[in-house]
Design a protein around this ligand. Structure first.
Ligand code: GAP
Length: 436
């Protein structure tokens, strides 16, 4: 992975309207981030790509969108109430609280006091809340710490409505919340984030085959995001580090500027969740095959994709620096299908009404066709190119004097982000040209 500082990405994201600190106007709220116009567009493009690849393009997938608030029984049965914890230590001097496994416990990272920590206590990471006007034990609920449980609890609904053949999967994209002890590293570890998860249900004898298949599909996803293969690494997670529900996990790690760390996970969750739901709800979670062979509780392969980590990996790997006409330039070499703005349209000069009128016409045509098209007449043309490069816009279309007079009327300049090369394209061909 080339050397890009996290600070460079954070600053670009803020300056150009991708990502802001959450509640910034009030001094922020730790572990929360707000997406600006470009960030939301990038995020949507990633979600849409994921949905297209793993739901729409397949015949064995069903989408759901479950409520974030769920009956607290869900989190008891899933093991989250008892085991979804991180080890918390507190400094005896400054009372700073830290995740024990993320610091050197010989010294407090805040005040520097030597050996300040007693034994760790287990801190549950779920956000607790009360549902309804009564504030007692019976109304306790939690903001979901994973989207997965909204899939498991709808397993029977989907089977009863669609009666799918085995194997099949249920997919969901949505928010998850974790009261992380130390949110850090920009959007990498936040308290509110989004997951794109699949629970893929299989016959218990078929889990290894399905696991291997999903391992390959994860690599296809890595490629679709435009991440260099050599920056992504599989880590076979040892039993002692695996989540309580998993019999096998591979973490796909990415070389982030903060070091190599988890991008997404692939886990074999056995029948842990469906069997627990069956036991605690009393409802039958067995799948009855159409050929009358014996019923069984399906086993599950779970590819779990963190959206923010995908955003961060895409931004870090897209960031490039080079020199154009003797000047340093930075740009985002985003895959075209992920770029928040596909095309920027400009009049060469902003004080020539005839250029502006024609440019507006071109802009409206492209905007109707593609949607994510930006009007940009700020500053001189060189500055506009730099700005569009920095947000990863693949094409700048410029309406200049040749567009409105001379032999090449009705052609525009199309300038390419990666090469900075320019060519003339006729307005009538423009939509086809840019759709390629
Ligand atoms: N349902 C399985 C599950 O939630 P996980 O490994 O805890 O597994 C899956 O989370 C993915 O969610 C991670 O690989 C990561 O991409 C993302 N993720 C987890 N915690 C996160 C956090 N605090 N901030 C941002 N993303 C997070």
């Amino acid at each position: 992975m080339k050397n890009v500082e996290l600070e460079t990405i954070v600053s670009l994201c803020k300056r150009r309207g991708f990502i802001y600190q959450g509640s910034e106007v009030y001094g922020g709220l730790s572990g929360t981030w707000d997406y600006g116009p470009l960030g939301v567009s990038l995020k949507r493009n990633i979600i849409n790509l994921w949905w297209k690849m793993f739901v729409d393009a397949r015949q064995d997938m069903y989408g759901v969108d479950a409520a974030i608030l769920m009956n607290s029984q869900v989190w008891k049965a899933s093991g989250h109430v008892d085991t979804f914890t991180d080890p918390l230590v507190e400094c005896s001097n400054c009372h700073g609280r830290f995740r024990e496994d993320k610091i050197d416990t010989n010294k407090c990272p805040t005040c520097g006091k030597a050996s300040p920590f007693g034994p760790a206590r287990q801190f549950n990471m779920m956000f607790k809340t009360n549902v309804g006007p009564v504030d007692d034990e019976s109304s306790i609920s939690y903001l979901r710490p994973e989207t997965a449980q909204g899939i498991f609890t709808n397993f029977k609904n989907v089977v009863d409505c669609f009666y799918p053949d085995m194997p099949f999967g249920i997919a969901q994209v949505g928010k998850a919340f974790r009261n992380e002890i130390s949110p850090r590293d920009f959007i990498f570890r936040s308290r509110e984030f989004e997951q794109m998860e699949i629970e893929y249900f299989v016959h218990p004898d078929k889990w290894e085959e399905a696991f291997e298949n999903w391992r390959q599909l994860v690599w296809q996803w890595v490629e679709a995001l435009g991440l260099p293969k050599e920056s992504v690494h599989e880590l076979e997670v040892p039993e002692t580090d695996r989540a309580h529900y998993s019999k096998r996990t591979i973490d796909f790690e990415f070389d982030f500027p903060i070091g190599r760390d988890e991008l997404l996970g692939l886990a074999y969750r056995t029948d842990f969740d469906l069997s627990n739901i069956q036991n605690s709800s009393g409802k039958n979670m067995e799948y009855r095959p159409k050929d009358d062979s014996p019923s069984y509780v399906p086993h599950v392969i779970e590819p779990s994709f963190g959206l923010e980590r995908a955003v961060m990996a895409v931004l870090c790997s897209a960031y490039q620096e080079d020199e154009v006409n003797g000047e340093k330039r930075s740009y985002l070499k985003l895959p075209y299908h992920l770029a928040p703005v596909r095309v920027a349209v400009s009049p060469l000069l902003k004080n020539k009404p005839e250029l502006i009128d024609k440019a507006r016409e071109v802009y409206e045509m492209l905007k109707t066709e593609f949607g994510n098209v930006m009007w940009d007449d700020n500053g001189n043309i060189g500055k506009r190119y730099r700005r569009q490069d920095e947000i990863g816009t693949p094409y700048c279309v410029v309406v200049d004097f040749e567009t409105i007079e001379g032999d090449t009327t009705d052609t525009v300049t199309v300038r390419h982000r990666d090469t900075t090369k320019q060519e003339r394209v006729s307005i009538s061909d423009l939509k086809n040209y840019l759709a390629k």
